[in-house]
Design a protein around this ligand. Structure first.
Ligand SMILES: [Fe+2]
Length: 222
């Protein structure tokens, strides 16, 4: 399938208005094995297909992105970075979109020379204290999958556990790194973005007040 090839070659693929009436899980099943989030410990309440809508800070749980950032931009991150092996792919599908909001995608290769110099291979992180994290275990910031260099990073669920990880965390949060990311806009129903969650970080731009009705669906697969 062309999409699979593009995903392997490029690490992410945007498909405008892709079969808008087909369910996200059927589409993901064509590409890989859908991850049943609810099978994982501490994740039983999370549906396998998640609805993503912007929320004000005050209306969200503190351990969620919206609870910390509200309608502001979300920093670059890996989804489920605190898992021993985060899901390989995430698929985002537009239900209701706006031109003013973008999803940002940052290929690891864009920052690999800089973070290699900062000690990427020897960086370790640990889950922050929250009920969904695997408490107490150290995780490598870098890992391998199919001989490919991969990264996990998430400033909400993880914290640096050595000085190298701290330097890399500071680097990833720099404006110049934010500006390197590719902007993708999910605007029309069915607009679909699939990202390799091991080799790419992603983020969300801020949500203007007139775009709060934005609605996406998300699913993970390997
Ligand atoms: Fe995310």
């Amino acid at each position: 399938m062309d999409i699979k090839k593009k995903l392997l070659d490029k690490g992410f693929v945007f498909i405008p208005k892709w079969q808008p009436s087909t369910k996200i899980d059927s589409l993901a099943e064509q590409l890989g094995n859908v991850i049943k989030i609810s099978d994982y410990e501490d994740h039983s309440g999370i549906p396998d297909v998640q609805k993503i809508i912007p929320k004000q800070r005050s209306k969200s749980l503190k351990n969620q992105y919206s609870g910390k950032f509200g309608l502001d931009s979300f920093p670059l991150h890996t989804d489920l970075a605190h898992w021993s092996k985060p899901p390989n792919y995430l698929m985002l599908r537009c239900i209701r979109g706006f031109e003013q909001v973008s999803t940002k995608v940052l290929p690891l290769k864009y920052i690999l020379p800089q973070i290699t110099e900062l000690g990427f291979a020897r960086s370790v992180v640990k889950p922050k204290n929250n009920e969904r994290a695997v408490r107490g275990c150290l995780l490598p910031l870098s890992f391998q999958n199919n001989n490919q260099k991969c990264i996990r990073w998430d400033s909400l669920f993880l914290e640096a556990a050595n000085d190298k990880a701290e330097l890399i965390q500071k680097f990833i949060l720099k404006d110049e790194v934010w500006d390197m990311a590719i902007n993708i806009r999910l605007v029309h129903q069915g607009d679909t973005l699939i990202i390799n969650n091991h080799s790419h970080l992603h983020a969300r731009s801020s949500i203007p007040n007139d775009c709060v009705k934005r609605e996406l669906e998300r699913i993970y697969f390997n």
